[in-house]
Design a protein around this ligand. Structure first.
Ligand SMILES: Cc1ncc(COP(=O)(O)O)c(C=O)c1O
Length: 370
């Protein structure tokens, strides 16, 4: 464990683990697939500037984001590689996307017309990816009605260049059948394209898809959560943990039986107990759902979170953990003394997913790269 003596709480990010997870994605996807790491939502909460700096030397094909603003940020960071915006852009952000040279995803003929108009205004040619909905349902041209839009969407146009075609998998972390079904819908539509542009980039696989169905890896794969240490489904390879969440003990109390704790006094000491107050709360992104359910590591011992988590502090019962003192470091996610709490265990306890735990970590926690 490395410590940041100046912080009350922090996120520790392991750059080597991130690189090794990236290499495992590359091994699974095979030599013909390039990697488009998804770095949306501040690289799943870990810090996009550092993640990009860490991955750039590994020669990714480009970077994937969800918003024009995130793409513009990558350009400001000096990224010259392709940046794909993998969500529909609001009408009034299309010009900014074109000016930043981002590759927008297009889900309708109207959106394609708007992109073409924006590109014409800029005097250039905008590259775009066709988002094909094969069952996710949240964006993309509908595979069922390809006859209505396919020829118009894929015909050559003066100010836009069609360079990629993708779909997003909804259940690759759960089963193979759903991926096969989505792939079949996807490839049926692709096969109907009259004259696909040479070198059209096809990309379908997210992290779970890369491991479960690597046979569908094409020019590019789009991993996210595995890079950042999140599980991708039962029976699938386990990533190396990348992020740890640590907080200082800022107060210690020996309490009498019957002492109540926290908002709603949902916890009452059943005997003489020692309570440690940790300087981290839901205002830092520690899920409040861990109240009376989660745990922390102190000196390599797993101790329960007791009472409701507050905005700024959380209390654990450290009775019997002799070495704890003000300034001791508690681990909410990560390893201490050979014991580990994974981000997925935290998510399970909180009734959510690793993605939400990581992206929920707020700016109040400095990201400390090791
Ligand atoms: C379009 C798209 N591609 C790829 C990914 C990466 O998925 P994962 O983080 O599950 O690997 C996401 C994330 O949600 C996405 O929205």
């Amino acid at each position: 464990m490395s410590t940041n003596p100046k912080a009350r709480a922090w996120v520790e990010v392991n750059a080597d683990a991130l690189r090794r997870n990236y290499a495992r994605i590359g091994d699974a996807a095979g030599p013909d697939a390039r990697i488009l790491p998804m770095v949306k939502a501040d690289a799943y909460g870990l810090g996009v500037a550092e993640v990009v700096r860490c991955l750039e030397p590994l020669d990714p094909w480009g970077f994937g984001v969800a918003t024009v603003q995130e793409g513009v940020r990558l350009r400001a960071l000096g990224v010259r590689r392709p940046v794909v915006v993998c969500s529909p852009a609001p009408v009034d952000e299309i010009d900014a996307g074109v000016q930043a040279g981002l590759q927008l995803s297009i889900s309708s003929l109207d959106a394609l017309d708007r992109l073409e108009a924006a590109a014409a205004r800029s005097g250039g040619v905008a590259e775009w990816h066709l988002d094909l909905d094969t069952g996710m349902g949240r964006s993309g041209f509908d595979w069922r009605s390809a006859g209505d839009w396919l020829s118009d969407a894929t015909r050559p146009r003066e100010h836009v260049r069609w360079i990629g075609c993708y779909t997003h998998l909804h259940s690759a972390d759960e089963n193979e059948e759903s991926v096969e079904e989505q792939w079949d819908r996807f490839s049926d539509v692709l096969d109907r394209v009259d004259r696909p542009p040479p070198g059209l980039l096809v990309h379908v696989l997210n992290s779970a898809g890369v491991f479960r169905t690597p046979r569908y890896a094409r020019a590019v794969v789009r991993p996210g959560i595995f890079l950042y240490g999140g599980f991708v489904g039962a029976g699938q390879p386990v990533p190396e943990p990348v992020a740890a969440v640590r907080a200082r003990v800022v107060h210690l109390r020996d309490v009498e039986p019957g002492t109540t704790l926290g908002y709603g006094s949902t916890y009452t000491a059943s005997g003489s107990e020692r309570w440690a107050t940790l300087s981290i709360g839901y205002g830092d992104g520690l899920p409040r759902a861990l109240s009376n359910r989660g745990s922390a590591l102190l000196s390599g011992t797993c101790v329960p979170i007791i009472g409701r988590i507050s905005m700024d502090v959380t209390v654990v019962d450290c009775t019997g953990v002799a070495s704890v003192q003000p300034g001791s470091v508690a681990t909410l996610v990560g390893e201490d003394g050979g014991v580990r709490i994974t981000v997925d265990q935290v998510a399970d306890r909180a009734g959510t997913i690793s993605y939400e735990v990581l992206t929920g970590l707020t700016a109040r926690l400095p990201r400390v790269w090791t």
